[in-house]
Design a binder for this molecule. Structure first.
Ligand SMILES: Nc1ncnc2c1ncn2[C@@H]1O[C@H](COP(=O)(O)OP(=O)(O)OP(=O)(O)O)[C@@H](O)[C@H]1O
Ligand SMILES: [Mg+2]
Length: 345
């Protein structure tokens, strides 16, 4: 056995979210209902509620930080399994040498250093729900073994000569394009079809601005628990928060609120949030100086619009980044003779 495998007994709990570790790093709101003000998120949670009673495989797709784990926990909390464990395992954090033993367990003496038996996450989640997070990152040989477990409802611990029956409901999540991974051979087609009984897509935060304010208020309350009352948000700040692209989605918003609470006073204003934003400082001024002479306002506006369309890809996202309504952006696209929906002219 390899060196890495030999260390297996020391590692598991830290890798399994919901064991020790990780819990403190990222607070999840197990007691609070998740925020879902937008129609899109209402539909997500409605669907999760509908599938909660059955054991149909659920695949949750979405960009990083959109709340995939929140959806999985919600599903578990609404299911008949709610009194049993919810275990989340991050497949991307499993070194190849550990993945087998971590998922399926090992028997005593299975390899050097395996001086105790170890129950894998499937057994730990027995009777409950197992979230296989970042499923797209699982090594191919483990994908094959996983498929057998999902099909037969049994696990085979490393070194065991008999399988063990398990009853863990599995939910998979990923921010990867699994269909594309199937095409390139990174992900097994049979496993892909096996795990997507029902697919729940969690939209990025920039596509559901209605959620921004209630999420910000939730995080504000969380981040200022020690204070007698949470700081206030100005209307201008809320408007600005709604227009941000949030590439890190809800997690990034949470961080931003946390930081603003730390540096801000009783009223949180734009500068409390815009700390990291690139300042229009001296470096940019000469460039503007060279750029502007000879340009009419309409030409400058057109350039800004083209740049925003290039950067954000769609008229809708460009509109939200520029703080304009979609109809204004469409009108300008037409007026300047740009092709809608494309960054190029
Ligand atoms: N609807 C929501 N209501 C309340 N909090 C939320 C909601 N969605 C996400 N969060 C919070 O945002 C953070 C990120 O959520 P989560 O871990 O579920 O995202 P994820 O999609 O699993 O991210 P990753 O792709 O990085 O695994 C967590 O702190 C979570 O509590
Ligand atoms: Mg996650």
């Amino acid at each position: 056995m390899t060196e890495r495998a030999a260390k297996v007994k020391d590692v598991p709990l830290a890798l399994v979210k919901g064991g020790r570790g990780e819990r403190e790093a990222e607070e999840t709101h197990e007691l609070d209902e998740p925020v879902a003000a937008s129609p899109a998120m209402r539909r997500v949670f409605e669907l999760a509620r509908k599938v909660a009673d059955s054991t149909i495989p659920v695949l949750i797709l979405g960009e990083t930080g959109t709340g995939k784990e929140v959806v999985a926990r919600f599903l578990h909390a609404k299911s008949p399994r709610r009194g049993r464990p919810f275990i989340a395992v991050n497949c991307a954090a499993l070194p190849d040498a550990l993945a087998d033993s971590e998922l399926f367990g090992h028997v005593r003496g299975a390899f050097t250093g395996a001086d105790r038996e170890h129950r894998g996450v499937f057994e730990q989640a027995d009777g409950g729900t197992l979230l296989l997070d970042e499923i797209g990152d699982l090594p191919l040989p483990i994908q094959a073994k996983l498929l057998r477990t999902l099909d037969d409802g049994v696990v085979r611990r490393v070194g065991a000569d008999r399988p063990t029956r398990v009853d863990a409901r599995h939910v998979c999540a990923t921010n990867r394009d699994l269909a594309a991974d199937v095409t390139t051979g990174r992900f097994r087609a049979d496993l892909f079809h096996r795990i997507r009984g029902v697919t729940i897509g969690v939209p990025p935060l920039r596509e559901r601005p209605e959620d921004v304010e209630p999420l910000a208020r939730r995080f504000l309350a969380d981040a200022s628990r020690e204070r007698s009352r949470p700081p206030r948000l100005t209307a201008e700040t809320i408007g600005w928060l709604r227009r941000q692209p949030w590439p890190g989605n809800v997690r990034e918003l949470r961080q931003a609120v946390h930081r603003a609470v730390t540096v801000g006073g009783d009223v949180l204003d734009l500068p409390d949030f815009a700390l990291d934003a690139e300042p229009i400082g001296p470096a940019l001024l000469p460039a503007l100086d060279e750029y502007l002479p000879g340009k009419t306002w309409a030409e400058v506006e057109r350039d800004v619009l083209v740049a925003a369309l290039r950067r954000h890809g769609s008229a809708r996202d460009a509109a939200s980044a520029l703080g304009l309504s979609r109809s204004t952006v469409f009108r300008k696209i037409a007026a300047y003779g740009l092709r809608a929906g494309s960054a190029d002219e």
